[in-house]
Design a protein around this ligand. Structure first.
Ligand SMILES: Nc1ncnc2c1ncn2[C@@H]1O[C@H](COP(=O)(O)OP(=O)(O)O)[C@@H](O)[C@H]1O
Ligand SMILES: [Mg+2]
Length: 176
């Protein structure tokens, strides 16, 4: 346990879900999409190949956005998706190549976050100081070639309620 930041929101709820294959990851993403409030920011952490982008594809597909358009950005670090022009937005950011927080303004981050979007951020540690306190943190661990464990942490009342809505189990206590 680290120090509690004074601005930490009071409500925190954590759940873990184990999935057996990529199809199950996409189902889990659809389950989140079904309960995710707007606006909401979701951070995704996990090693390369854990399934961060695959999970965002699953969220996109669940709301009718072509998942093939959700790709790791090559030009620009932020991609915005919507089913209809001007419709509800899904923002996908991958901050892996962001050199420093001072570069964030050039990526269009502020505009992307305005309104009521869903914002999914890969490599959020690159922009930790710019993240809202109320968010959903998702940690993906690779257990086997196709097996993953997803740990969702909802911070804030609406975010915690969404995590509860996914189901799953309370995480096992860590090693003594
Ligand atoms: N259960 C699973 N969930 C997500 N991806 C999986 C799973 N099993 C295998 N994979 C594979 O792992 C890779 C995940 O890639 P990607 O989503 O781009 O990861 P990241 O964005 O975390 O680097 C894909 O090649 C995918 O097919
Ligand atoms: Mg990725």
């Amino acid at each position: 346990m680290g120090l509690t930041m004074p601005d930490d929101p009071p409500v925190v709820l954590e759940r873990t879900v184990a999935v057996a294959d990529e199809a199950a990851t996409r189902q889990l993403a659809a389950a989140l999409a079904a309960v995710l409030p707007r606006p909401c920011l979701v951070t995704l952490e996990g090693d390369l190949g854990a399934g961060k982008t695959t999970f965002v594809k699953g969220v996109a597909a669940a709301v009718g956005i072509d998942p093939d358009t959700v790709i790791s950005p090559t030009f620009g670090l932020i991609h915005e998706h919507s089913l209809t022009p001007g419709g509800p937005r899904l923002v996908h950011a991958d901050m892996y190549r962001l050199a420093g927080l001072e570069e964030l303004v050039e990526t269009g981050w502020d505009d992307a976050c305005s309104g009521e979007p869903w914002v999914f951020v890969e490599w959020p540690e690159r922009i930790a100081a710019a993240l809202p306190a109320e968010r959903i943190e998702l940690l993906i661990t690779i257990d086997a070639p196709e097996r993953r464990t997803f740990t969702f942490r909802g911070k804030g009342a609406a975010q915690a309620a969404a995590v509860q809505g996914i189901g799953g189990e309370s995480p096992a206590p860590g090693p003594e």
